[in-house]
Design a protein around this ligand. Sequence first.
Ligand code: XMP
Length: 434
Amino acid sequence: RILVLDFGSEYTQLIARKVRSAGVYCEVHPFDLDEAAIRAFNAKGIILSCDPDAEPLVADPQPVAAAYQLDVPLLSVGYEHPGLPAVARRIGAYDDSNTPALVENFVLQDCACQGLWTPANIIEDAIAKVRAQVGERQVLLGLSGGVDSSVVAALLHRAIGDQLTCVFVDHGLMRLHEGDQVMRMFAENMGVKVIRVDAEQRFLDLLKGVNDPEEKRKIIGRTFIEVFDEESAKLEGIDFLAQGTIYPDIIESVAIKHGKARVIKSHHNVGGLPEDMKFELVEPLKELFKDEVRKLGVELGLPREMVYRHPFPGPGLGVRILGEIRKEYADLLRQADHIFIEELRAAGWYDKTSQAFAVFVPVRSVGVVNDQRRYAWVISLRAVETIDFMTARWAHLPYELIEKVSTRIITELEGISRVVYDVSSKPPATIEWE
Ligand code: XMP
């Protein structure tokens, strides 16, 4: 295994992912990890990931002195460390065209690691760990239909079968047929025990008259937990709660800690956990990056289309209906969104965009249908390209594609009279409209 010490570079996770994709396990730790921990890690090699402009962070090289003293190869990216030992290799700055190959060479040749970190091995390992942790006892999982919880469900089902119970809270703000698809895939096809809670009306009632986006997020997040808690209280003999925590959720980021990372907007995520939890946690993905989770999903037999789906925010369509949420709006938006995604896939553009969706704009605009003026709602189409979702460029979709989507939405959905395409990049515009 390889130890990656983060000196505040924004490329640290990228470097760690390159090590992993060479088939070698690695962990990211802050540059000031203490000496005993560095030794105990027992690395076959150490990578120092530095930001060329972040010298103040490394003004005191003491913490890494231990790394220098270990008799293992060192690779420094982005900074020339004082007194680097002869075993070190150095790369100027991170460069996507040559760094991956250098990293791979470093771990496989200089450090003589074997590329054993493969999806099949990871699954086998995870299954053994889960079985050892859980034994004969029962596990509960909140299944959302998103990639992480879906992969956890598939993995745990394989590891412990019927000892797993999933609770799927349908808040009524999901995409078209999404709830049914989740049930078909897990309950019907795989035989996973899934309890579906249809809570649409409860969410709609609580959201009635609420316009403020942050308030909407809070209500959705809070209610989600309430419903989940109520449902889990009905179950008996559960000792564990499984979660789809992934590695980026727990890496302590030096760049963020030192205020260097570009954090534009924070989110309230649906499915956060109450503080007074009485369960022990099972987190089989907590060592994995998102791309690894996806590969695991495919290896576990989940459909590629589902595993590589664009991200969908926890509050769902709740933040894509501007202002007050009404069922009528959600139903129209679901259908418009479905048409957009269907055409995007048909044109081969789905995988070329990082996120694409429709937004419901509650403004009445005029159209003329059968010689009659008809005032109806507006749909905005949004498609972006991005690597990290911190910055994004609006996708330059072909006009013909936008035209086809627009024509279909206006002719197939009576409640929509106008379709617009969002040409705002982030920053300053965010990806979502709220
Ligand atoms: P923004 O709109 O901040 O979105 O540019 C960046 C990414 O985050 C997603 N997003 C959310 N995800 N809860 C979530 O789970 C939220 O409240 C939320 N708001 C935005 C957004 O879809 C995009 O992928």
